[in-house]
Write a protein of this length. Structure first.
Lengths: 159, 138
C-alpha cells in the first residue's frame, strides 16, 4: 500500500527546485506527476526525469490513469504527488485519493489568472477548486520552498 | 556577408540575466545582439518562450540559462526541440562562458565548436584560490 507523503500544486511540475528541496524534506521514493499533457509527451517526461536523482522513481500518468492505477500499481512507495492545477487535484480526490494537505507552490500567470502572491496566480476555476478542496477538509498551504514562510490561504480566494 | 553571426540570449530566475549582462558590458564592452530575458516566479514556460522569440532575428541562437533542468532551461530546451531554427541551450552559465561566446560569435567558428569552447572555458574558470601555490610552496 502506497502512502502519499506530499501533495503539491506547481505549474512547472518537476523542475530543479522540486528534487533538491522537497524530495529531501518529504522523504519520498517516487514522484507521481498526474497531468494529462505530460502523460502524452515523452519529450516533456524526459526533461523532467533529468531533474530527478536516480534513487527516486517517476511515473507520468493522466488524471484518469492515476485514479485507476494508484491503489494497484504503486506498491509500498512513499509518493510525492504533483499536479499543475487545483481542479486536477479535486478530480483525484473525487476519484478516491486520500489527501489531507496540499502544498501550493506555484501557479503561473496564464489562462486568465490574476496574481495573489509572488508565485501564485488564480482564475475562477482555480478558486472554485480550492474552495471544494477546503470544504473536503484538505489543508491548503501556500509555500514555495520548504524553507519559505507559509502564506495566508485566504489569498487563494481573492477575486 | 561571409560573417557568421548569432543571437545570444541570457535567461534565468529573477535578475540573473540582467546581472550577467551588466557584468559583461563592463568587462567586454559592446554587447549588441545579446538579450537579457528575466524569468520571474510568476512567469510560465510559454511566457518566457514568447519573450525570447520576440527578440530573435533569423540568426542561429545560443541561449545561456542559469541552472540545469530549472524552468528557464526547460522552456528553452522545449523551444529548441520544436523550432526549425538552430537553437543551442547551455546551462550553469558563468561569465567565462558568455565572454567566450561573445569573443567568438562573429568569427567563422561553427556552432558545435563554439558550444564546446564555451563549456571548456566555463569549467576552467571554476577554481579555488590556493595561497600555497601562489607562493611557490607545495
Amino acid at each position: 500500500m502506497s502512502e502519499i507523503v506530499l501533495t503539491r500544486i506547481d505549474s512547472r511540475l518537476i523542475h530543479g527546485q522540486i528534487y533538491s528541496h522537497w524530495c529531501a524534506a518529504c522523504g519520498c521514493d517516487l514522484i507521481l506527476v498526474a497531468n494529462d499533457e505530460t502523460a502524452a509527451s515523452t519529450f516533456r517526461q524526459g526533461l523532467m526525469d533529468m531533474a530527478v536523482p536516480s534513487s527516486i522513481e517517476t511515473r507520468y500518468w493522466s488524471i484518469q490513469e492515476t485514479i485507476a492505477r494508484f491503489e494497484e500499481d504503486l506498491e509500498d512507495h512513499k509518493v510525492f504527488l504533483i499536479v499543475d492545477k487545483p481542479s486536477d487535484l479535486y478530480q483525484l480526490v473525487l476519484g478516491g485519493l486520500k489527501i489531507q494537505k496540499v502544498n501550493i507552490g506555484n501557479l503561473q500567470l496564464q489562462n486568465g489568472r490574476h496574481q495573489v502572491t509572488s508565485s501564485v496566480a488564480v482564475n475562477g476555476e482555480d478558486i472554485d477548486a480550492f474552495r471544494k478542496l477546503k470544504d473536503a477538509g484538505i489543508e491548503l498551504e501556500i509555500r514555495s520552498t520548504p524553507s519559505s514562510e507559509v502564506e495566508d490561504d485566504q489569498l487563494l480566494f481573492l477575486d | 556577408m561571409g560573417e557568421e553571426r548569432m543571437d545570444i540570449v541570457l535567461t534565468g530566475h529573477e535578475h540573473f540575466a540582467e546581472g550577467i549582462l551588466s557584468s559583461i558590458q563592463k568587462i567586454y564592452g559592446n554587447c549588441d545582439g545579446v538579450h537579457a530575458i528575466p524569468f520571474y516566479s510568476i512567469d510560465s514556460e510559454r511566457s518566457l518562450q514568447e519573450k525570447i522569440l520576440e527578440v530573435l532575428s533569423d540568426n542561429d541562437v545560443l541561449i545561456f540559462t542559469d541552472i540545469p533542468y530549472g524552468t528557464p532551461f526547460r522552456a528553452c530546451a522545449t523551444l529548441a526541440h520544436y523550432s526549425e531554427k538552430n537553437i543551442r541551450v547551455l546551462s550553469g552559465t558563468n561569465l567565462a562562458m558568455v565572454l567566450t561566446a561573445l569573443t567568438k560569435k562573429d568569427t567563422s567558428v561553427d556552432m558545435d565548436t563554439l558550444v564546446e569552447d564555451c563549456l571548456k572555458q566555463a569549467k576552467e574558470s571554476i577554481l579555488a584560490f590556493q595561497d600555497e601555490s601562489l607562493l611557490g610552496r607545495s
